[in-house]
Design a protein around this ligand. Structure first.
Ligand code: ZN
Length: 201
């Protein structure tokens, strides 16, 4: 399986990182070794500025390529919650040099994943989600604020990359990203219910 991540998909987040709003989706990938199903994340020593990015995640349920937007909803049945950990210091260096972001984004365990819910239980255009650290909200978002909808993302990405069953698409983070430190307890929610729990070690 592979992990596809969408960048800059919420206007307020693009702004907080001083990025322009995209005119088409920005995507990058993480390998399967990035997936973390454990409840603990060990801070790697190559970064001094490890940021949390809470994101709604689509689980691909049907293989496809060149998927048209109007049919994209047939390619995912479940939506979950994940974190796109980002070594922001390394990413800044990469961006300044115009280099790819992989070492800042694709490292081992950089994609914790929590639980999934059937999409039939959710109003796809109004999914609220958030991240608490040590009990205080740090990020709150809603799918209604997505710049590119779930179906647009699938249509766009599948022009370039075939989707397979089990692939995950991290759909972008809302504003409020920031660093984590050893001992932090991260709790992710969808519509107020717990979906993800992670301790920083
Ligand atoms: Zn992200």
């Amino acid at each position: 399986m592979k992990i596809i991540c969408i960048g800059r998909n919420y206007a307020a987040h693009a702004k907080e990182l001083k990025n322009e709003l995209p005119t088409e989706p920005v995507f990058f990938m993480k390998p399967d070794t990035a997936l973390l199903k454990e409840k603990e994340f060990y801070l790697p020593d190559f970064s001094k500025d490890m940021h949390h990015e809470i994101e709604l995640v689509l689980k691909i349920s049907k293989a496809g390529k060149h998927i048209q937007e109007e049919f994209a909803h047939k390619y995912y049945e479940e939506i979950g919650l994940g974190i796109d950990f980002t070594a922001r210091d390394l990413q800044e260096q990469c961006k300044q040099k115009g280099l790819p972001w992989e070492k800042a984004k694709a490292f081992d365990n950089s994609a914790p994943i929590g639980n999934f819910a059937p999409k039939s239980q959710l109003d796809l255009n109004n999914i609220s989600f958030g991240l608490k650290i040590n009990g205080a909200y740090k990020q709150q978002g809603n799918s209604k604020d997505l710049i590119f909808s779930f179906d647009k993302i699938i249509a766009y990405v599948s022009q370039f990359v075939s989707l397979k069953v089990g692939d995950l698409i991290y759909t972008g983070t809302p504003e409020g990203v920031g660093p984590v430190k050893i001992g932090d307890v991260l709790e992710g929610e969808i519509n107020g219910k717990p979906f993800l729990n992670l301790e920083i070690k």
